[in-house]
Design a protein around this ligand. Structure first.
Ligand code: FES
Length: 182
């Protein structure tokens, strides 16, 4: 009887197929489990953090009826706005100035003076918008007539639907000659 020499497992070309296959299937199983976990985690993380990454919503808000505006007479329109910023939501009172010009064109102005952001009012006697803080004066079309205001009143986007006036409220940096949205 011929004695069997133990095989040298380090010899070139020698490998154990059973051990290698087991490792391969283990690796495939782990990789599949990882992929499944990842595919579940990414949408979940996106769902959780996406509201926090969203910019503040600027929805259209109804502020009044067109029949409330008399030609050439600016009117302050008050409304309650819902502001959403990520998970945070609040209701706030806002006011804008709307003017139906004598030619029927409508303009809606931000309520903030472009100098340092004070609220201004319409002087019915002088027919001017006047800011009480530092004396800026604007005409009915929002043009600066006097004072330190660096630019005209900021006009806001608006639309008219079935006789109702809707505005998209925006705020701009005060004190600059150009309009920079916040
Ligand atoms: S904030 Fe209106 S003039 Fe200064």
């Amino acid at each position: 009887m011929v004695a069997m020499e133990p095989q040298d497992q380090d010899a070139p070309g020698f490998y154990t197929p059973v051990g290698t296959r087991r490792k391969f299937f283990q690796w495939v199983t782990e990789a599949a489990a990882g992929l499944i976990g990842l595919s579940l985690t990414i949408p979940l993380v996106g769902y959780v953090i996406s509201p926090a990454l969203k910019r503040r919503d600027k929805p259209w808000v109804e502020i009044g009826g067109m029949d409330e505006l008399a030609a050439g007479e600016p009117k302050q329109l008050d409304y309650v706005a819902t502001i959403r910023d990520g998970y945070w939501e609040a209701k706030t009172h806002k006011a804008v100035w709307a003017v139906k010009q004598s030619d029927g064109q409508v303009t809606v102005f931000s309520p903030m003076c472009t100098h340092l952001g004070c609220g201004y009012h319409w002087d019915t006697m002088d027919r001017r918008f006047k800011c009480p803080c530092h004396g800026s004066v604007y005409d009915v079309s929002g043009r600066v007539l006097a004072g330190p205001a660096p630019r005209h009143l900021d006009a806001l986007p608006f639309k008219i639907e079935q006789g109702r006036l809707l505005v998209m409220y925006k705020e701009f940096k005060s004190g600059f000659t150009e309009q920079i949205e916040l």
